[in-house]
Design a protein around this ligand. Structure first.
Ligand SMILES: Cc1cc2nc3c(=O)[nH]c(=O)nc-3n(C[C@H](O)[C@H](O)[C@H](O)COP(=O)(O)OP(=O)(O)OC[C@H]3O[C@@H](n4cnc5c(N)ncnc54)[C@H](O)[C@@H]3O)c2cc1C
Length: 395
């Protein structure tokens, strides 16, 4: 049975996180240490110290890693509340790419890998990045992976290649690297970022700005990696990356839903207060309809998220469904932000408002974790390959 009847404890979880973010994190939104390339390391540490004190750091993880072992549905509540400020997920240590990387380590790491990397990540002592996309190579089509890990004997490999759009590469201690091993195929390696040959080429100027460390082009000039650093299994990199992708897509949706709720609240407040042509702005039908359309998109997004979270909680992989949800939510939330900007007039595009910053974030979200078109293409392929009639019960 599909049941979204949350217990009082689950409802409290939402309000606990939301109160924490409103009271302790929102005031930092004017802090100059929130730069165009995300919150600085110093700001990140300060925010995480507050979350630690409040008992909210990495709450999604199992108790062995200091969390509360939240279900996917409970994560939907907590992550939406955290996303009320673009700095909230960083404070709670549930921001990408660390959150997705922690999930992958939890699912695929051996005990030693978890002890070395997952524990310090969960405590916020280190950061990580995920190195997959390449200039001219892997991107929408991961089959174009060009970075090679060549075996050099004694369980060692030499990696050559170039990556870009690597979020948080600067300052990260761990890189989860996707490279092709000859005769085996794509493989994930847990690569210390201070390994000789890892070179940060340049920080990329992008329109978004909520990820600590920004985004980097990274050269891998003969980096030595070891067999014991393989995450999962040799040649199984794509399969293990999929383990990360479905839940990671959904947690992005959860966090940005919280941001879109915040923007809608700001647009509503502006539409109530501002008077134009002799009446409150919101009473003009064109503005009221925009706010109503936002409500439709916000609720639809939340229901997409809850449904896929519910599937994941049942142990389903939900690849098709998380793909559907990613497109629907990324596009709906972008529409919400676009309308909020319009309702707020000049103020809507002024970066002094969090709405303008969120608008830029939501535009970027239509690209990462699979551009909308790539998801649509995969959805269409699955539909065309399916023979059974359409029914409410077919996957
Ligand atoms: C803010 C941000 C952060 C990122 N962080 C990371 C990171 O930490 N690590 C990492 O590895 N990567 C990261 N990326 C990269 C991201 O995963 C890629 O940008 C994304 O997969 C698209 O790949 P691409 O840029 O190579 O675009 P391309 O592969 O060149 O595709 C360009 C466009 O072509 C269209 N397209 C592609 N295939 C099809 C198709 N079959 N049918 C129809 N249209 C199609 C889509 O509209 C797509 O946007 C990040 C990107 C951004 C914007």
């Amino acid at each position: 049975m599909v049941d979204f009847a949350f217990t009082p404890e689950q409802r409290n979880l939402y309000f606990e996180v939301r109160r924490f973010v409103e009271e302790h994190i929102v005031p930092f939104e004017q802090d100059p240490r929130w730069t165009r390339h995300g919150p600085s390391e110093e700001l990140r540490s300060e925010l995480q110290a507050l979350a630690r004190k409040a008992g909210l750091l990495a709450i999604h993880l199992p108790p062995a890693y200091g969390g509360r072992g939240l279900t996917h549905l409970e994560q939907a509540l907590a992550f939406e509340a955290a996303g009320y400020s673009p700095l909230g997920p960083t404070a709670l240590n549930i921001m990408a790419p660390d959150e997705g990387n922690m999930h992958l380590l939890l699912a695929a790491g051996d005990e030693e890998q978890k002890r070395s990397w997952l524990l310090p990540l969960a405590r916020g002592e280190i950061r990580s990045c995920f190195l997959m996309t390449e200039p001219g190579g892997a991107g929408s089509d991961p089959g174009l992976l060009a970075t090679v890990a060549e075996p050099v004997g004694s369980g060692r490999y030499r990696v050559r290649g170039r990556k870009w759009f690597i979020t948080g590469a600067e300052g990260a201690a761990l890189g989860i690297l996707m490279a092709k091993v000859p005769d085996h195929g794509p493989t994930l390696f847990l690569m210390p970022m201070d390994q000789p040959g890892v070179r940060l080429v340049r920080q990329q100027e992008t329109i978004d700005g909520s990820f600590t460390g920004g985004h980097w082009e990274v050269a891998l000039d003969g980096v030595e990696v070891r067999e014991s650093w393989i995450l999962g299994a040799l040649g199984e990199g794509m399969r293990y990356a999929q383990l990360r992708l479905a839940p990671a897509r959904l947690t992005h949706c959860m966090r940005w839903l919280g941001g879109a709720v915040r923007a809608q609240e700001q647009a509503l407040a502006y539409a109530r207060k501002r008077e134009v042509f002799g009446a409150p702005l919101g009473s003009h039908e064109g503005v009221g309809f925009a706010l109503a359309d936002n409500e439709l998109d916000l609720r639809a997004s939340r229901h997409w998220i809850w449904w896929v979270a519910w599937l994941l909680d049942r142990g389903e992989r939900a690849r098709h469904e998380s793909s559907l949800a990613k497109v629907a939510v990324a596009e709906a939330l972008f529409r919400v932000l676009d309308r909020c900007v319009q309702v707020m007039g000049g103020l809507g595009v002024a970066l002094e408002t969090v709405t303008a910053r969120l608008f830029l974030e939501l535009r970027a979200f239509r690209i990462y974790d699979g551009p909308s078109e790539v998801h649509r293409w995969a959805i269409a392929r699955r539909l065309l390959g399916r023979q059974q009639p359409i029914s409410p019960f077919a996957a």
